[in-house]
Ligand binder design. Sequence first.
Ligand code: HEC
Ligand code: HEC
Ligand code: HEC
Ligand code: HEC
Ligand code: HEC
Length: 214
Amino acid sequence: MAQIFHRSTNTFSRVWMFGGLFLVAGGIGLLLLMSRSSYATGEGIVLQQPIPFSHDHHTAALGISCVYCHWGAEESAFAGVPPTATCMNCHNLIWNQSPMLAQVRESYRTGQRIEWQRVHDLPDYVYFNHAIHVSKGVGCESCHGRVDKMPLIMQAESLQMEWCLDCHRNPEEQVRPLSAIYAMGWKPTDPEQGARLVAEHEINSKVTCSTCHR
Ligand code: HEC
Ligand code: HEC
Ligand code: HEC
Ligand code: HEC
Ligand code: HEC
């Protein structure tokens, strides 16, 4: 049979095929990278809030404990964001003329809640619960970082599945005494303390899918 295509077309088509494969592989690689980039995970990004509330100022400088405002964390799935009334415990007296707090006073007067932007937000198909972690000795700092050094709050970790699993596989590196849940900059007293606490708090590695996808 006569040759319809010139022999070099073979080479051409091979080049095209491989080129195509590389493009597809590259594309997938890029998508993976993008899903792990901070733009996609939200890690380290500061959102614009209606009031520039400073955690640094209220916790490190004024010494207010996390639980004063986020009391849900101990007993419920949600830590929660405090209502305006909590701010007004102090701000009806302190800085009660400050323009920076005008929106807080307005919200208190009208009963209209302040629309804080949500910083941490897991997809709906993931089950998360604060109380379980807090009662087993996982401190706020382990998941939220040095909040006491954040003028504006941001997500300190990726919140991706591997991040959760890393700690679920090796909890001894992260657990602390229950008295140190709200402490910032806590360090273990000795290298064996983690293993002792895991036994004391009866922690088992929870890595089956249904733990978090129920
Ligand atoms: C005086 C009240 C107050 C105290 C004390 C406080 N917070 Fe907050 N926190 C807030 C308010 C109000 C917001 C919502 C506004 C914002 O995101 O900036 C918030 C937001 C957060 C968020 C982000 C919530 C989201 O949308 O994902 C985290 C995490 C957090 N706080 C952790 C802590 C930790 C840890 C401590 C203790 C070191 C602490 N907070 C102490 C009032 C407080
Ligand atoms: C336990 C008392 C207390 C509570 C509760 C409290 N604040 Fe404050 N806040 C202060 C004090 C004291 C200052 C002034 C600090 C200074 O000038 O050193 C302040 C300052 C501020 C400022 C001025 C800017 C800054 O951060 O320095 C803003 C804004 C503010 N608070 C917002 C809030 C909001 C919003 C809430 C409620 C989520 C809140 N505060 C709850 C005590 C409190
Ligand atoms: C094991 C990790 C972990 C620990 C420990 C932890 N958090 Fe969270 N926190 C998260 C995750 C994940 C979210 C997002 C939850 C979601 O989107 O459903 C979150 C959300 C929040 C929010 C937003 C409101 C809400 O309830 O969803 C606040 C406020 C908060 N955490 C404060 C705290 C405080 C205060 C502590 C310490 C008492 C703490 N967290 C301990 C992982 C943790
Ligand atoms: C810094 C450590 C740490 C991180 C990070 C962490 N966890 Fe946990 N988690 C624990 C510990 C410790 C327990 C308690 C296990 C036990 O009771 O044996 C736990 C328990 C749980 C439980 C309850 C399991 C059960 O059936 O009792 C759920 C659900 C859970 N974690 C979800 C998550 C999710 C989702 C993430 C990520 C967004 C996450 N955790 C991140 C340490 C962590
Ligand atoms: C400790 C909690 C935890 C456990 C256990 C867990 N997952 Fe996840 N999973 C998550 C979180 C958190 C996300 C959301 C990640 C994100 O936002 O990108 C997720 C996301 C996913 C996704 C969406 C795609 C992706 O990778 O983002 C799939 C599929 C999934 N998990 C399957 C599984 C399977 C299968 C298992 C059991 C082998 C499992 N997960 C066990 C926490 C967990």
